[in-house]
Write a protein that binds this ligand. Structure first.
Ligand code: FCB
Length: 436
């Protein structure tokens, strides 16, 4: 209903994004670099089957030039990436200057390509030494993190345009303490609470430091996994109550604990949940094919949820969508995903939400944590045998949208249709070459 309505309304125009919109993709160090032998994940992975170990990952540690240049050729004007704490501080208090120099080179390369750089300081992995003394449960963890940031910020700051202090505290806790599928998994409510509070403290400390006179005053935020919740029955009070409670804990509590320390909101959007009253506590109802399209991980494709979370978090600081993407070996699905989700971003902007950028997850296929290499999120496909990169047609769709700084009306018909790779290629070949 709703898609048809929009299609009719906008069929003859490009749905435009604001000028200066940031367009790019996101990655994280452990998922792409390879050889992160000093972190907790590496140690934990050694007891797992080979296909679930990060190993050489995408070897981006050595191939970053090629990857960044591909992003540039695909019209990206920004890139989100993370640095690996365990490389820089492999032993407590000992900093490896050669690794800092590596990241200086890498960031310089991005800047030489004229890219806006969004740098994440912590994306799920811990140096082994810190994991061995309790990880984020250790009351000194925020201090250790701040010490690390104090060490690297003066070296890297010149090449960074946006700082993301930490990535998705809620997901980290969920996977570690509730699903218990990540390193140091255990059942511990106290551990969860300590971790949550220490992550909030780490964010606040880092924010303050990055705004102190020693740093360069670039915008500081964090990336939060934000979910869209709705009641299964629109008029059920119990279900509405469940929505409010879930919304507070998943989407708002961390912001509340860190209020006043966000120059922007970084939103990672993947999930939508309908809560149904059955038994005492309303439960999430899963929708699946054939009525609902899902990713290869079974995650529901629900673009309207992006509009919902953007409206919900609309604030006086700008919003950047720091992650949004789909795991799919069916690239037609990714084409549709991009058009449908970006259309919701336009809707949100038109209704007054200050969204200033979109980072697709991910630039290249990579190591999807405990799930290994099977999920394919990349705009660029990676052949892990040869480390050869191969641009997927959906990357060209994204490039076309970036070039237009909007969604050309001709792309609207991607919605609800299968678009062949040939068709995407043909469209791309007709495009004017972009700025280099
Ligand atoms: C997010 C993570 C990112 C990646 C995507 C699929 O929760 O931040 O590292 O795993 O999910």
């Amino acid at each position: 209903m709703h898609k048809t309505h929009l299609k009719e309304k906008h069929d003859h125009q490009t749905l435009k994004f604001p000028q200066g919109f940031l367009w790019g993709a996101a990655t994280s160090a452990h998922q792409v670099e390879g050889g992160n032998i000093y972190n907790d994940w590496w140690k934990w992975e050694q007891d797992r089957p080979p296909h679930l170990r990060s190993g050489a990952a995408c070897d981006q540690y050595n191939r970053y030039r090629e990857d960044f240049e591909m992003a540039k050729d695909l019209n990206h004007n920004a890139h989100r990436l993370s640095i690996e704490w365990s490389r820089i501080e492999p032993r407590e208090g000992e900093f490896n200057l050669a690794e800092i120099e590596h990241y200086v080179k890498l960031l310089k390369h991005l800047k030489s390509l004229n890219m806006t750089v969004m740098l994440t300081l912590w994306h799920f992995t811990l140096p082994g030494w810190l994991a061995d003394c309790g990880g984020w449960e250790n009351f000194k963890a925020p201090f250790y993190f701040e010490r690390f940031v104090k060490k690297i910020a003066p070296e890297l700051g010149e090449y960074v345009d946006f700082w993301v202090t930490i990535n998705e505290p809620g997901v980290y806790i969920y996977e570690t303490y509730i699903e218990r599928v990540w390193p140091h998994s255990k059942k511990s409510l106290i551990g969860q609470i300590k971790t949550y509070l220490n992550l909030a403290s780490a964010h606040r400390k880092t924010y303050r430091f990055l705004h102190s006179k020693n740093a360069l005053g670039k915008p500081v935020g964090m990336a939060q996994n934000i979910m869209s919740f709705e009641p299964y029955h629109k008029h059920s009070i119990m279900e509405q109550l469940a929505v409010v409670v879930n919304d507070i804990f998943t989407n708002h509590l961390f912001y509340f604990l860190t209020r006043g320390t966000h120059d922007f909101l970084g939103i990672n959007y993947y999930f939508h949940a309908r809560l149904k009253h059955q038994g005492l506590i309303p439960q999430k109802v899963d929708f699946s094919p054939p009525t609902h399209e899902v990713s290869d991980l079974g995650w529901e494709i629900y673009p309207e949820g992006l509009f919902d979370v953007l409206s919900d978090l609309s604030d006086d600081v700008p919003i950047y969508i720091t992650e949004c993407g789909i795991a799919s070996t069916n690239d037609d699905r990714r084409n549709r995903f991009l058009v449908a989700y970006l259309q919701e971003v336009v809707r949100a902007i038109k209704s007054g939400v200050n969204v200033r950028g979109f980072f697709y997850w991910s630039l290249i296929d990579n190591f999807e944590w405990h799930l290994g290499f099977t999920p394919r999120f990349g705009l660029i496909e990676v052949d892990y045998e040869t480390q050869k990169r191969h641009i997927r047609p959906s990357a060209l769709t994204f490039a076309e949208i970036i070039a237009a700084n909007g969604i050309p009306h001709t792309l609207m018909r991607f919605l609800g249709h299968t678009v062949t790779s040939e068709e995407v290629l043909k469209r791309f070949q007709k495009m004017e070459p972009q700025h280099k």
